[in-house]
Design a binder for this molecule. Structure first.
Ligand code: ATP
Length: 298
């Protein structure tokens, strides 16, 4: 699963379990991998554990959540085995986040320029000049008109779409090998969503960066990914190449998600949410799984 010694996967998540202090599992034996330059979408309804996987990889889980079992390897390096300091440094040097909400991700009291360039200087050891030139070039690449002016602006002076472009530029600036894109278009209106999605896809292809892309929208899956992990209640329901997931979905939950996505459903058919009977069946499976897991842990 970790690939060859000379060419490891960019990311391997192996049998990852995350639980609350009372032992209640929120992620259940999740495994997935990402080859260099590959895009994998994590898809599922709200609460499926998609963001949690991204946060676990980046080492930014909320304090009350703990990895109880499993391994995360970034370019073959075991993150869980590292001291917190080494881990933070390793992750900061190879991975970046495109967050869901561009407004809260930017510091409202600071100009845009230093918010992009400071990490390049601090974490990556670049000169101020190189950091500034790269930031200007990337702002131009993400179609921001007048990058010099935007570098001097405060976040509130930009639209939501512009702020997300800034964060995309900031994420790609240090040439990370992995980007976690956590619902990067959810906070934007529909036309801007399409442009942002296209932009991430273009930059990802130009730079061959591996991307772990979190979304609840099957429509996004088809547009951006090569691999898909379908999640329900913190458990992998199906893991498949994107081209197969729409033509031959094998898990009933995947089929239900596709049917619930208007653009992929037969247009004459009314919108069909995931059936409650299926949800109840899957939840029963989870309860049985947890009981087995607890029994085994004793
Ligand atoms: N800090 C926390 N403490 C307790 N439960 C949490 C915490 N963070 C997340 N959870 C729970 O873990 C589950 C997975 O959360 P996560 O945010 O990963 O879901 P998601 O699939 O990304 O969905 P959404 O799109 O709604 O964010 C949810 O049931 C959520 O309520």
């Amino acid at each position: 699963m970790t690939g060859s010694q000379t060419h490891p996967n960019t990311l391997d998540v192996m049998q990852l379990n995350i639980a609350l202090p009372n032992g209640h599992r929120l992620l259940r034996d999740v495994s997935l991998s990402l080859r260099p330059g590959e895009v994998r979408v994590l898809v599922g309804e709200s609460g499926a554990g998609k963001s949690m996987i991204g946060k676990a990889v980046l080492g930014i889980l909320p304090q009350n959540l703990k990895v109880t079992e499993g391994e995360i390897l970034l370019e073959g390096q075991h993150l869980n085995a590292m001291t917190p300091w080494t881990r933070r440094k390793t992750v900061a040097q190879s991975a970046a986040l495109i967050p869901q909400d561009p407004l809260t991700a930017l510091n409202p009291a600071r100009r845009i320029g230093p918010q992009i360039t400071d990490p390049l200087v601090r974490i990556h050891g670049w000169s101020r000049t190189k950091a500034r030139e790269t930031a200007l070039a990337l702002l131009d690449r993400v179609h921001i008109r007048d990058p010099k002016r935007v570098m001097e602006s405060y976040p509130h002076e930009l639209s939501g779409g512009m702020r997300q472009r800034v964060l995309i530029a900031a994420a790609f600036a240090p040439s990370p090998r992995l980007i976690v894109a956590d619902e990067p278009t959810t906070a934007l209106d529909v036309t801007v969503q399409k442009q942002i999605l296209r932009l991430i896809r273009e930059l990802q292809q130009e730079t061959a960066t591996a991307v772990l892309f979190v979304t609840h929208d099957m429509g996004v899956v088809a547009k951006v990914s090569q691999q898909v992990t379908v999640l329900f209640a913190g458990k992998v329901m199906e893991d498949a190449p994107t081209e197969r997931i729409f033509t031959d979905p094998r898990h009933p939950y995947t089929r239900a998600l596709i049917a619930a996505t208007p653009s992929y459903a037969d247009l004459d058919r009314p919108f069909s949410p995931v059936p409650q009977a299926l949800i109840a069946e899957l939840q029963d499976d989870i309860v049985r799984d947890d009981a087995r897991h607890q029994g085994g842990a004793r």
